[in-house]
Design a protein around this ligand. Structure first.
Ligand SMILES: [Zn+2]
Length: 427
C-alpha cells in the first residue's frame, strides 16, 4: 500500500489532463491503476494491463465509464479476428487523432480500463471486447460504433453456446438504437444478432467455417447457401446486401470504389479484417482512401504472424484457437514443414474435443511435427485424419528436426505463448 500511496501523490499532477472532471475516487483509481500496471511491467510480469485495470476497478467500479466519457469509442467483438481488426481499426482511426486501444488482446473490462488509463486523454478509443462482455462494455463505454465479426464454437467447457451469445448481443443492441453497428453479412448468427439495430452497415468478408450456422437462430429451419448467398428456408432471415465487400485483394467501399489493400499480414481473412476496420473508421469520418494506407504498417500483433530467424530456420507464427481459426491458419500456411502445438490449460479451455471438428487433411502434403501438453490428443486426431506426423518433446527438437529453411508454426493460445517465450517474446 505504501508504494501506491506514494505514486498516487507523484502521478496526480501529470494526470490532470486525463482525469479532469472525474470524481476524486476515479482520479485515485486511475492513478493507482497506472502505477500497478507500471509495477507489474517493472517486475517482468507481462504488460500489466490486467492487474492495473483490476486494481483500478476495485477502487472505483465505475472507472471504465469515467475513463471512456468524452471519447468517441468503437468496440470490436466476435469469436475470431478481434485483435487484428482492432489493430487495423486503431491504425485507420489514427488518421484523425490519437487513439487509445487494448492492442495486445487484454479484452475484458480490466484490459479496457488499463488501456484507457495508460493512454491518457484521447479523442478516440478502439477496444477489442471478449464476446461474453460485449453487453457490459457497451453499457460502460457508450460506444458510437460496434463491429460484430463472427460467432463460432470456442472453448467448449465454458463458452456459451453460440446461438445464446447471438441472442445476448441482439437484446443488448436492440436496446441501444443510437449505436452504429458494423456487421458481417456472411454470418447468419451475426446478421440475426444485428437485425434489431436500426443503423447497421453490412460488410462481406466471407465465412469459411459453416458448422455453427446450418440452422436459423430465428426459426430453427435449415439455412441454405449458394454462390456466397444464404437464406433461411422457413423465415425471412437472409443475407443482407453488403456495403463493403472484399474482392480481388481489395475492398469495395459503399460508393463502389475499389481500394487495393496491401498488408504485411497473410491470408484473405486479414483482407476481410481490413475491410471491417475501414468500415468502422468511416463511421468516424475516415475516408477509405486515407484509412487503407495505414493498414500496411501493421506487421505482427503480440507475436501473431511474426516471422523469426532461428538456427537457420525461418519461422512464421500463426495462432489458432478454435475450429474456425484453424481453417483460416491452413489457408494461410505455405506448403512447408509445419509444427502444431496444442495445450489445454485454463486460457485454452480444458476440453480438446474440438480437435475432432477440425479437418487436418490440408496438412497431408507436408512434413508435420506435433508438440505441446496435449500432443497425444492431437496425435489420435491426425492418425484418424490420415495425416502423417512426428512427435517432438520440445520446440528446440522441432527446429533440429527440419532442414534449414521455412517452418510454419501453428499453435493454440498458451502453446503459442510458450513458443513466443522461447523466441524472447517476439512481437
Ligand atoms: Zn429462419
Amino acid at each position: 500500500m505504501t508504494v501506491w500511496q506514494l505514486d498516487v501523490t507523484v502521478e496526480s499532477g501529470t494526470l490532470a489532463g486525463v482525469t479532469d472532471g472525474m470524481p476524486l475516487i476515479a482520479k485515485v483509481a486511475t492513478s493507482v491503476s497506472k502505477t500497478a500496471a507500471a509495477l507489474s511491467r517493472a517486475a517482468g510480469r507481462g504488460d500489466g494491463s490486467v492487474i492495473g485495470g483490476w486494481i483500478g476497478l476495485k477502487i472505483d467500479p465505475d472507472l471504465l465509464a469515467h475513463l471512456a466519457a468524452g471519447r468517441a469509442v468503437a468496440l470490436v467483438s466476435g469469436t475470431n479476428g478481434k485483435t487484428t481488426t482492432t489493430r487495423f481499426t486503431a491504425a485507420a482511426v489514427g488518421v484523425l487523432g490519437r487513439v487509445a486501444t487494448n492492442g495486445y488482446g487484454a479484452n475484458m473490462p480490466t484490459g479496457h480500463t488499463s488501456a484507457l488509463a495508460k493512454e491518457g486523454h484521447t479523442p478516440f478509443a478502439v477496444l477489442e471486447v471478449d464476446e461474453h462482455y460485449l453487453g457490459q462494455v457497451i453499457d460502460q463505454t457508450k460506444p458510437q460504433v460496434v463491429a460484430l465479426l463472427n460467432l463460432s464454437r470456442d472453448q467448449l467447457d465454458r463458452a456459451k453456446e453460440v446461438a445464446m451469445m447471438a441472442q445476448m448481443w441482439k437484446i443488448k443492441l436492440a436496446s441501444h438504437p443510437e449505436i452504429k453497428v458494423i456487421a458481417n453479412a456472411d454470418d447468419p448468427l451475426v446478421v440475426w444478432a444485428a437485425s434489431g439495430s436500426p443503423q447497421t452497415t453490412w460488410f462481406s468478408a466471407g465465412q469459411r467455417w459453416l458448422d455453427d450456422s446450418f440452422v436459423c437462430p430465428e426459426s430453427g429451419h435449415a439455412i441454405e447457401r449458394a454462390q456466397g448467398d444464404w437464406w433461411c428456408t422457413g423465415c425471412p432471415l437472409r443475407r443482407p446486401r453488403p456495403s463493403w465487400m472484399v474482392e480481388d485483394g481489395g475492398v469495395f467501399d459503399p460508393d463502389g470504389v475499389w481500394h487495393l489493400v496491401q498488408l504485411q499480414l497473410p491470408g484473405r481473412v486479414n483482407i476481410g479484417n481490413a475491410a471491417t476496420a475501414l468500415a468502422v473508421a468511416a463511421e468516424f469520418g475516415v475516408r477509405p482512401i486515407d484509412g487503407v494506407r495505414t493498414l500496411k504498417q501493421v506487421a505482427s500483433i503480440a507475436g501473431r504472424y511474426a516471422q523469426v530467424d532461428k538456427d537457420g530456420r525461418n519461422l512464421r507464427l500463426l495462432l489458432a484457437k478454435n475450429p474456425a481459426s484453424w481453417l483460416e491458419a491452413f489457408d494461410m500456411a505455405d506448403q512447408v514443414p509445419t509444427l502444431l502445438s496444442i495445450n489445454a490449460r485454463d486460457p485454452d479451455g480444458l476440453d480438446t474435443s474440438w480437435l475432432w471438428d477440425v479437418d487436418f487433411a490440408p496438412l497431408r502434403d507436408r512434413p508435420v511435427l506435433i508438440t505441446g501438453d496435449r500432443a497425444f490428443d492431437l496425435a489420435v486426431r491426425l492418425q484418424v485424419n490420415q495425416v502423417q506426423f512426428r512427435h517432438v518433446q520440445t520446440f528446440d527438437e522441432a527446429l533440429r528436426s527440419v532442414p534449414p529453411g521455412r517452418l510454419e508454426v501453428i499453435a493454440n493460445y498458451t502453446a503459442f505463448q510458450d513458443i513466443r517465450a522461447e523466441l524472447d517474446r517476439v512481437n
